[in-house]
Write a protein of this length. Structure first.
Length: 320
């Protein structure tokens, strides 16, 4: 068995709140009616390559790192000013004397003026690195102009002068927003999120390997009467099609603490931490992703409300 229950290709430690027709992943301060403006920091997982797959010189890293090409993110607050938009990029530089890494946003030729170059002194040995690419002047202006909404699609372009491995990229956005007043019903009924596509085949494994998907686990913070629901989709093609299913293999069912007999039959947990065994319909498929649906205190078919649940961790595990 390749992985124990909590050994997962993707391990997200984020705080998510959902507003409107999409969702934002962020660490946030609770809404208060008395504050005229508040600051929020949003942390969004963009992609990673966990295996030791090299990135040859002058090769765009999107070819090996998931979800850097055409990604979007959502801000559910009425954002009025972006204070900072940074990509946190980390990995391991190969055993060369020096390594230069070029980064640019929406600029495959690295000639738009948004490109930046980072010099790594590896001292002829493998060296971990982490740095921030500042995209405030480009994406930040979009946030200031638009306010609440979906941003993108964007493409983060990276290239390395020598081999680099174990790439990981996160987006961190800090912005000022005006919180809704008490009783204003500013939070729409439903917000949804679809995860990146996870490839269960890792570097060095036999081509054509099929996986068995074990479990979906998560941690949530759920105010009274709000809803958190998950579905999972799988495919033999990274482009889908994606048919989201619940624990009994139906598109009308969900994994969730409030799902009655479906929770009792397929899931365990309490106090906001839950784990569910996945439907056998996903077995022998290479690619997998999940979707979260979150609803305010008025229910998924209700109107605007004042409470939103949060998801702070999601773990998806599989074995060959």
């Amino acid at each position: 068995m390749r992985n124990s229950f909590f050994r997962a290709r993707y391990f997200l430690v984020l705080c998510a709140s959902f507003f409107g027709a999409a969702f934002s992943l962020f660490i946030f301060s609770p809404f208060t009616a008395s504050a005229a403006n508040e600051m929020n920091s949003l942390t969004y997982f963009i992609g990673q390559q966990e295996s030791s797959q090299s990135v040859p010189g002058n090769t765009r890293v999107e070819t090996v790192v998931t979800a850097l090409d055409g990604f979007t993110f959502f801000i559910g607050d009425e954002a009025s000013l972006a204070k900072g938009v940074f990509f946190e990029i980390s990995g391991i530089s190969a055993s060369a004397a020096t390594n230069t890494i070029d980064v640019s946003i929406d600029d495959a030729t690295f000639s738009s003026g948004r490109q930046k170059q980072y010099l790594l002194n590896s001292n002829a040995r493998e060296t971990p690195f982490k740095f921030l690419y500042d995209a405030t002047s480009y994406i930040g202006q979009h946030i200031t102009d638009t306010g609440r909404g979906t941003y993108g699609p964007y493409t983060l372009n990276l290239r390395s002068s020598t081999a680099s491995t174990l790439w990981s990229v996160r987006l961190v956005v800090t912005y000022r927003h005006k919180p809704p007043g008490s009783g204003g019903g500013a939070i729409p009924a439903v917000g949804t999120y679809e995860s990146p596509v996870f490839d269960s085949v890792q570097a060095g494994e036999v081509s054509g390997i099929k996986s068995g998907y074990n479990a979906l686990a998560w941690t949530e913070v759920k105010p009274a009467n709000t809803t958190v629901q998950f579905q999972v989709a799988s495919s033999d093609d990274s482009g889908g099609p994606w048919t989201y299913l619940g624990p009994n293999g139906l598109g009308s069912s969900y994994y969730g603490a409030g799902e009655g007999v479906l929770f009792t039959d397929y899931c365990t947990g309490s106090s906001g931490s839950y784990a569910c065994r996945l439907s056998a319909d996903h077995n022998n498929k290479r690619y997998v992703r999940y979707k979260i649906r979150m609803c305010n205190e008025n229910g998924c078919a209700g109107g605007n409300g004042n409470s939103t649940p949060q998801v702070t961790k999601v773990i998806l595990s599989w074995s060959p």
